[in-house]
Structure formats: C-alpha cells, structure tokens
Design a protein around this ligand. Structure first.
Ligand code: ATP
Length: 287
C-alpha cells in the first residue's frame, strides 16, 4: 500500500481463527510445538504508521491496550528501527476492533502490520524471508500475520505451508465476557492428561476437497479442552451455535472467542440474533 502525500500508511491488520490446533511436543526452551490450521478473517484493526523525527509514539482508541513497550506493535517498530539502523522514528495509531485475549491474534497482527508499513514507508525492500525471521522473534503467530489466507502452521507456528482457501462459509463469532491468557492455557495443557488430538491431516484433506461440512465437523482444538475446565460457558456457547444450525463450532487459539461455521447466511443471521448483546460481544464474518 503506497504512502499517501503526507508519508502516512494505513493498513488493515486482519484477525485470524484456528480451524485446528494441536500440541505435538515441547522444545527445550519451553516453546510448544504445534500443528495448526490458521485462517484470516475479515475483522481487522486499522493501523496508521507515519514518520517521526525520532522515537516511537503509539496511541490506541481502546484504553485497555498498552501503549508503551509492552505493545507488540511498539516492539515491531523498535525491531525494524534497530535492524535497519533507521535514524528517524515512527508514530503508530491503532483502531482496535479485534477482541483482546480472544485467540484471534490481535497483538500479532498489529505487529505484522507495523513491520510491513515500516518496510514500505522507509523503502527498505526487505524480502519475505527476512521479514519472517524478524517477525518470529516477536511471536510465533506473527509470520502468519504477514500473510492472508489459509495456512498449515508447524514448528512453534512459524513453519508455514499455504493451503487452498478454505471452502466458502458464514461465520458467527462470539466473544465471552472473560479473556484467556495464552501462557495460562499452554501451562494448563502441560498438566492435563488424555487430551484428544485433532485430525489435522483429515482437515487438510477436507480443505483440499473444498468440503465445508467435513471441514467444519472435523475441527478440533486441544486448548479448548483445557479452557472448558475453567470456563464451562465455552461449551454452552458451542452448544447454542450448533443448536442453531452451525456445521461446527470451536474456540479459536487459546480462547476465549468461539465461532460457528454455517453453510447458509440466513441460518447464521438467525443464530447471531439468539446471542444477547448485553451478555456477549459478537461479530459476523465469512470464509
Ligand atoms: P493470540 O491469538 O496470538 O494468542 P490473543 O488474541 O489471545 O493472542 P491479544 O489480544 O493479541 O491476545 O493480546 C493479549 C495481551 O497482549 C493483551 O492483554 C495486551 O495486554 C497485550 N498486547 C500487546 N500488544 C497488543 C496489541 N497490539 N493489541 C492487543 N493487545 C496487545
């Protein structure tokens, strides 16, 4: 996206959902090895980046979002400035739409958007390989967020294989009143036994065959089993989505957002209305 005349770049930082998430092991440094199917969704934060004489200034319309060094977008800017020895700074503004602690990769996608914006704004011409290497130092999901579409993610989430776009469907996304910390979810998974592993290969096949029914009914997230032990409400939301015609319903990432997949827009709309706005945040999207 070219900078406008004022040298300012605005990007849509898209959120993601997991169509599958499995833990396959643990590295010596404590990172979990995973196998996931990640899908971009049409719910995004709006990120504006412009040049500044020096330093990094970050603002956000949502007061709950940290604006200092703890913000992943701030860290992304600092990494780009240091890596490329930039003598200027950047000003970043985030319009937050992606729910926080939702498992939709909000922080990761903001960081990815800043990496791409700085690359563009300062004519750095860094290639995908280099940007991926920088991105993964900020978080395992950040390389995926440099892209859009449907990907198989392995390693700690950074080894990406492009899949065909997921078959077309309608999404209802429900945001419970509580968030879930990613660190908590993985730590709890380590303590639990008998967790059921999703059939990722079967999911990949369903996507390749563009079989929405098989894909939606085959979804599985090992962290959902963990989260339900603490928040039984997740199961109640899933049941409500399924009772109203979802082909499949699942928690994304480490939660707490839960989504249902529908083959019919009317069904999705009717289901959406059954979730009362005073209890839940809710969004519609499409695959
Ligand atoms: P993931 O799906 O990658 O596990 P998540 O969607 O569960 O992440 P986020 O909303 O990305 O969680 O962020 C969780 C925490 O990270 C927040 O509580 C917040 O304090 C911090 N944070 C840092 N940078 C950001 C950002 N740009 N947007 C939102 N939260 C951020």
């Amino acid at each position: 996206m070219p900078a406008d005349f004022s040298g300012r770049i605005t990007r849509k930082a898209y959120g993601k959902i997991n169509l599958a998430l499995d833990i396959t092991g643990k590295r010596e440094d404590g990172y979990h090895l995973v196998k996931m199917i990640l899908q971009t969704v049409d719910l995004y934060d709006q990120i504006t980046v412009e040049r500044l004489e020096e330093g990094i200034v970050l603002t956000c319309d949502d007061p709950r979002v940290p604006t200092g060094e703890k913000n992943l977008a701030y860290k992304a800017a600092r990494l780009m400035i240091q890596t490329f020895g930039l003598t200027e700074g950047v000003k970043i503004h985030i319009e937050k739409k992606i729910p926080m602690q939702g498992g939709m990769g909000g922080g990761s996608t903001d960081a990815a958007a800043v990496i791409l914006a700085v690359n563009e704004l300062f004519d750095l011409h860094a290639d995908t390989d280099l940007l991926d290497k920088l991105a993964v130092t900020l978080g395992a999901d950040v390389p995926f967020c440099l892209r859009e579409g449907t990907y198989l993610a392995e390693g700690i989430g950074e080894k990406l294989t492009a899949l065909p776009d997921a078959p077309h469907g309608y999404l209802v996304l429900i945001v419970p009143s509580f968030g879930i910390s990613t660190a908590w979810a993985y730590a709890r998974a380590d303590e639990m036994e008998d967790l059921v592993h999703p059939d990722i290969a079967g999911m990949v096949k369903a996507i390749e065959k563009q079989d929405l029914v098989k894909m939606a009914s085959g979804m599985g997230n090992i962290l959902e089993q963990v989260a339900i032990t603490e928040h039984p409400e997740i199961q109640a939301v899933k049941d409500q989505l399924l009772q109203h015609g979802a082909l499949g319903a699942m928690m994304t990432g480490s939660g707490s957002v839960i989504f249902g997949i529908f083959d019919d827009q009317k069904k999705a709309d009717l289901c959406f209305e059954t979730f009362k706005g005073e209890t839940y945040g809710k969004f519609k999207s499409q695959l």
